[in-house]
Design a protein around this ligand. Structure first.
Ligand SMILES: O=S(=O)(c1ccc(O)cc1O)N1Cc2ccccc2C1
Length: 402
């Protein structure tokens, strides 16, 4: 039985991975959600979900052997295979009421099955580092490339599942207020900033018995309308802000060996609406970090240290080892925004979240499995083409130079 079923899935994987995922814009999510039709959503998803699952499953198969063979990575691979198998059952079935209900519960099952993918892959990276000792640069860059694409794909699949289950699940529309699924058509950015600040501050007070104040400003260069609002997924914006506030607060508290006399330097946040971008800049005076350390902050391999034991998780300082910054940057990039850090070593760090002002420009950014991505896994890290180390002159050169 198993080989037949396995071959069957392989054929379906090859079939669906030939299609490119279809990115949706925030505007499309909103327009569809305003008069949502469950069977139309079903007909779109029963094709699009297998396409997105198949595309990332093909990349999982290209992972560096030594990571793919860890029990954690193979566990994640098994979850994807199971979910793919479940969702292709709906390929040829009509959108009858009972199939629509079964489809909805299958989506909930899939979302639950994959809830721990990030932690489990982090465990796989730890297993790899323990078994391999120091990992060679080409493996590290493949893992960085892959995990960014795996987590972006996961963000997009969970977005599709959440929209369908929220629009057609057990809480019918009216309970959602003005929200369309997990999208808020009039998301008040400053209130999400204040929520994230208050919650990070609570943790900071618990751990450090003090916390920096918040100074929040808005500047709207487009129109004279405040507070600045945009169509966005509040939970995504909250995730990014909460992560940044934790980092900034930890920096301020650990950097300032302040005797109780001098006050803590406050966190300054400005929200700006321009004609193309909306920016949220969070500035701290937490001492900053050198440029040489900056790119480690977004590395999965570097930021994965042996997890603190569950017991002292609540005592771990604000910004644990976690994948907070790389994943937050993926949330920002998901709808064609970005998350950028500018640090002044010895003074502090600015974190800027960029969002698109126009919802029809805020398209999903999706990884595509094709020859380009395949080549990336095969390639070696290119040799440097800029000289930097002081070259040692030989005697002849020295004499010639004098
Ligand atoms: O690297 S940071 O400049 C830094 C990084 C991201 C961010 O959002 C804010 C920041 O401030 N910073 C994090 C941290 C933690 C403990 C002690 C000192 C520091 C300095």
């Amino acid at each position: 039985l198993f080989p037949v079923r396995f071959n069957q899935i392989q054929k379906m994987l090859d079939f669906y991975s030939q299609f490119n995922p279809s990115p949706l814009s925030i505007k499309q999510f909103i327009d569809f959600g305003l008069n949502a039709c469950e069977s139309k959503s079903y007909i779109f998803l029963r094709k699009e979900l297998p396409v997105r699952l198949a595309n990332i499953m093909k990349e999982i198969a290209l992972l560096p052997e030594n990571l793919l063979r860890t029990s954690s990575a193979s566990q994640v691979s098994a979850w994807y295979a199971r979910s793919f198998e479940e969702v292709i059952q709906f390929e040829k079935t009509e959108p009858t009421q009972s199939n629509l209900e079964k489809f909805c519960s299958t989506l909930v099952q899939i979302r639950n099955r994959h809830s721990d993918v990030v932690q489990t892959m982090a465990q796989g990276v730890i297993e790899l580092k323990e078994s391999q000792g120091n990992v060679e640069p080409s493996t590290e860059s493949s893992i960085q490339y892959f995990l960014d694409r795996l987590y972006m794909s996961r963000i997009s699949i969970r977005m599709l599942i959440n929209q369908h289950t929220l629009l057609f699940g057990e809480f019918p529309n009216e309970n959602q207020g003005r929200h369309i699924g997990c999208l808020d058509p009039a998301c008040d950015i400053s209130s999400v900033v204040q929520d994230a600040y208050e919650n990070a501050r609570f943790l900071c007070d618990q751990y450090y018995l003090a916390s920096p104040e918040l100074i929040l400003r808005e500047h709207n260069s487009l129109e004279n309308k405040y507070p600045i609002r945009t169509v966005y997924v509040p939970s995504h914006l909250y995730h990014m802000l909460f992560e940044i506030f934790k980092n900034s607060m930890r920096a301020v508290m650990e950097h300032h060996d302040h005797d109780h006399s001098d006050k803590l330097p406050p966190l300054q946040v400005i929200i700006v609406q321009g004609k193309e971008d909306i920016c949220v800049k969070i500035s701290d005076q937490g001492g900053g970090i050198p440029r040489t350390h900056m790119d480690h902050l977004f590395k999965y391999m570097y930021s994965t240290a042996p997890q603190p034991s569950k017991s002292d998780m609540h005592t771990v300082p604000l910004a644990g080892y976690g994948y907070g910054l790389p994943i937050s940057r993926l949330y920002a990039r998901y709808f064609h925004g970005d998350l950028v850090l500018m640090s002044c070593d010895g003074f502090g760090t600015d974190a800027v979240i960029y969002l698109k002002t126009l919802s029809d420009e805020a398209n999903e950014l999706l990884p595509i499995f094709n020859k380009t991505s395949t080549k990336f896994y095969k390639s070696t890290v290119p040799t440097g083409d800029w000289s930097s180390q002081g070259s040692v002159m030989n005697a002849r050169q020295m004499n010639a130079a004098i």
